[in-house]
Ligand binder design. Structure first.
Ligand code: CA
Ligand code: CA
Length: 205
């Protein structure tokens, strides 16, 4: 709106850069003589960006099944996040958090969001490391984050459910020691067992 008296131009409602990023108009000045003399000028208003949008992933949940012993460098997922703001307010950095120790096996590229395998994954190892609670357990939840570089930054989140498929890369059973010493009493009853401790990985489906 322009004041006819002062020429001051004011907004009449709040502006949304994501809806309209610039305005162009012509201002005409008229004197009160006769005949009327006039001048005009063009005005272009560029709306600066406010960081009023958080990045948003293209899905709120992702599900990926990973074959055990997939080659190092294999791509798990390429999630995409979008931010309708501009410049650093839309410049996205990706990160993730999951069970402790998982970051030694998979990584997310902060610039592209590409999630890749860093190290050979086996279910047995995940159970040993506490990344999976037990052999019955085959999936974990990872939180993906997309943060813009606004001030303050805004963050969008999505969940990734990662399941480990151990059908193809089944581990053989392993003994916990290479040698066992068992003592038995003389005249032990027939059928009395000596105890040998063994662990079986990936026996549960
Ligand atoms: Ca904005
Ligand atoms: Ca933003």
């Amino acid at each position: 709106m322009i004041s006819e008296e002062t020429g001051i131009i004011e907004t009449t409602q709040s502006l949304d850069r994501e809806a309209i990023s610039s305005y162009s108009f012509v201002v005409v000045a008229l004197d009160q003589g006769f005949p009327v003399q006039s001048a005009y000028t063009r005005i272009r208003v560029t709306v600066l960006d406010d960081n009023d949008n958080a990045p948003e992933f293209d899905q709120s949940q992702y599900h990926v099944t990973l074959l055990e012993r997939s080659p190092i460098g294999s791509v798990l997922l390429l999630p995409r996040a979008y931010d309708p703001d501009t410049s650093h307010n839309a410049n996205i950095s990706y990160s993730m958090s999951g069970p402790e120790g998982l970051d030694e096996y998979i990584m997310i590229d902060p610039d592209t969001g590409l999630i890749q395998i860093l190290s050979t994954i086996s279910k047995a190892q995940f159970v040993r490391r506490g990344i999976l609670t037990d052999f019955q357990d085959s999936s974990m939840t990872i939180t993906l984050r997309a943060s813009d570089r606004g001030s303050p930054p805004r963050v969008g989140e999505a969940l990734l459910t990662l399941s480990i498929d151990d059908a193809a890369g089944r581990d053989p059973p392993v003994f916990t020691s290479q040698m066992y010493q068992v003592t038995l009493e003389e005249n032990a009853q027939q059928g009395k067992p000596g105890w040998v401790d063994s662990m079986y990985f990936n026996m549960y489906y």
